[in-house]
Write a protein that binds this ligand. Structure first.
Ligand code: HEC
Length: 141
C-alpha cells in the first residue's frame, strides 16, 4: 500500500516536472522566460495607465476615490519599469535609461499623489513622458 502511494507520488511529480520543463522550454524559444511581449505590456499596461494618470490629474476636482485610483496607475507604471528590466527584456543602456527614468518619475508621481498635489504629480508625468521618448527613440520602429 505504502509502495503504491510512493510510486504514484513519484509518477505525479515526474509528470509535473515534465510539464514545467515543457512550458519553460517553449517560453525560452521566444527568447524570454515570461510570455508577456513588450508590445502587450505597452498596449495593455503602460499606455492605459499613463493616459489614465494624465487625464485623472487634469480633472478639475479630484475626489478621494480618484486619488486612490491615481496612486494605482502610478504604482503600476512603476511596476512596469521593473518588468521591463526582467526576463531578458533589456537589450542595452538606452532601454535601461528609459526604464530608470520611468521608475524614478513614477515614484515622484506617487509621492505627489500621496500629498494630493496635482500640479507636482503632473510635473512628474512630464518626466514619465521623457521615459517613453528615451526608450522609443532607440527601440520602437
Ligand atoms: C524601456 C523601454 C520603453 C519604455 C520606457 C516605454 N516603451 Fe513603449 N515601447 C517600447 C518598445 C520596444 C515598443 C515596440 C514594441 C514592439 O512593437 O514589439 C513600444 C511600443 C509602445 C506602444 C505600441 C504598442 C503596440 O500596440 O504594439 C505604445 C502605445 C507604447 N509603447 C507606449 C508607451 C508609453 C506611453 C510609455 C511611457 C509611459 C512607454 N511606451 C515607455 C519600449 C518602451
Amino acid at each position: 500500500m505504502k509502495r503504491t502511494t510512493l510510486a504514484l507520488t513519484i509518477g505525479l511529480l515526474c509528470s509535473i516536472a515534465t510539464l514545467m520543463t515543457t512550458s519553460y522550454v517553449s517560453a525560452e524559444a521566444k527568447g524570454k522566460s515570461r510570455p508577456l511581449t513588450t508590445s502587450q505590456m505597452m498596449s495593455g499596461l503602460v499606455k492605459p495607465k499613463y493616459v489614465a494618470l494624465k487625464e485623472g490629474l487634469s480633472k478639475e476636482t479630484i475626489s478621494e476615490d480618484d486619488w486612490k485610483a491615481l496612486a494605482t496607475h502610478a504604482a503600476l507604471l512603476n511596476e512596469s519599469s521593473h518588468s521591463l528590466m526582467q526576463a531578458d527584456r533589456c537589450p542595452d543602456d538606452d532601454w535601461k535609461a528609459g526604464a530608470i527614468i520611468l521608475r524614478k518619475a513614477s515614484n515622484d508621481a506617487l509621492a505627489n499623489i500621496a500629498q494630493e498635489n496635482a500640479t507636482g504629480a503632473l510635473k512628474a508625468v512630464e518626466k514619465i513622458t521623457l521615459s517613453c521618448k528615451k526608450c522609443h527613440a532607440a527601440h520602437k520602429k
